[in-house]
Design a protein around this ligand. Structure first.
Ligand SMILES: [Zn+2]
Length: 337
């Protein structure tokens, strides 16, 4: 009886031992699977963050060079190269780039771009449960929109109707930006007092040209045109400072309308204005010019520049997206999807 009882007890122990082993095995498997998922999904997540950061940086770097005409393959290649350069800086392999697309075309011009990255992360622990690799994909897009406001504006304005005429005639190269007195016939351009008050001397004026007007000015603001007076001397020197400070593309003689760095000081932002009456103008947009080998006639207050489209920063005009009525080539770079 005793023996039998003992056997019964040990039998019971044996049964429990087997169950515990099974439970332990299942438990370990679950734990291993979970650990595998936690570790590998975690690593995949890090890969995703790496891709996303690289994609964001790359589209911003490339987007600064928008817009690009549909037919302007050279410019599109420059933008794509810039994107690849930033991806390489962030250690993205070329085979991780799925696509680079130009987007948001209006009248034959692309105003946006989209980048898609994909990578296959080779798993470590998750191989235990038959998962060899995890696909990670990330995308980023940017779009340029007309600038509603701008800083670093120079105190030379252009009259809207006159600029419209120049653009309609396709006259965008080597335009005389006239801001002083003299005999010139170009009435499109004129000096403008950015502080919005009458008066202001030549020193203040040339300071605005050299350093740009630091306060942001916005479409709709009213300003005073400046009577062409003794502006020529100091302002000519001021434009010279801006022109000579360019350090980009040294082999080609610096920034030109064909190739420029948007942040260069040769890139000048000029308010586009409409006269409300003889003494008041209202800002209706911003135009961008690249200063050229200026000093056509410095003493008469003239500089030369070519009209370009460029990302100048400031505040984006989200309303002007559909019709680009108010845009004169001055854009803000914004994220898109
Ligand atoms: Zn430059």
């Amino acid at each position: 009886m005793r023996k039998k009882g003992y056997e019964a007890i040990t039998g019971m122990y044996r049964d429990e031992g087997g169950s515990a082993l099974i439970l332990m095995t299942i438990g370990l498997s679950v734990m291993l699977t979970m650990a595998a998922l936690v570790v590998d999904v975690g690593i995949a997540y890090c890969h995703g963050s790496r891709l996303q950061n690289a994609a964001d940086a790359a589209v911003f770097a490339g987007g600064r060079l928008l817009p690009a005409a549909e037919g302007d393959i050279d410019k599109q290649m420059v933008i794509e190269d810039k994107i690849r350069e930033y991806l390489a800086k962030n250690e993205i392999a070329m085979d991780e780039i799925s696509s680079i697309d130009f987007t948001d075309p209006i009248n034959g011009v692309y105003y946006g771009l989209h980048l898609s990255l994909n990578t296959q992360y080779q798993t470590g622990f998750a191989r235990v449960i038959g998962v060899d690799r995890i696909a990670v994909g990330k995308q980023a897009g940017v779009k340029v929109r007309p600038s509603l406001s701008a800083d670093d504006v120079v105190p030379v304005s252009v009259v809207k109707d006159e600029l419209d005429l120049l653009l309609d005639q396709g006259q965008t190269e080597h335009i005389i930006l006239k801001y002083g007195g003299g005999d010139g016939s170009n009435g499109a351009f004129g000096a403008i007092n950015l502080a919005g008050v009458q008066g202001g001397g030549a020193n203040q004026y040339s300071n605005w040209i050299v350093n740009g007007y630091t306060t942001e000015i916005t479409i709709g603001e009213k300003m005073y045109p400046i009577e062409p007076g003794n502006m020529a001397g100091p302002t000519s020197k001021a434009f010279d400072d801006r022109y000579t400070s360019c350090t980009h593309f040294p082999e080609e003689g610096g920034c030109t309308s064909r190739q420029f760095e948007p942040a260069c000081r040769r890139v000048v932002k000029i308010p586009v204005v409409e006269y409300m009456d003889k003494h008041n103008v209202q800002i209706v947009g911003f135009a961008v010019f690249i200063l050229e080998d200026c000093y056509v006639n410095g003493n008469n207050g003239e500089v030369q520049g070519s009209y370009v489209e460029a990302v100048i920063g400031g505040t984006a005009d989200y309303q002007a997206d559909a019709d680009l009525e108010r845009e004169y080539g001055a854009y803000c770079l914004t994220l898109s999807h």
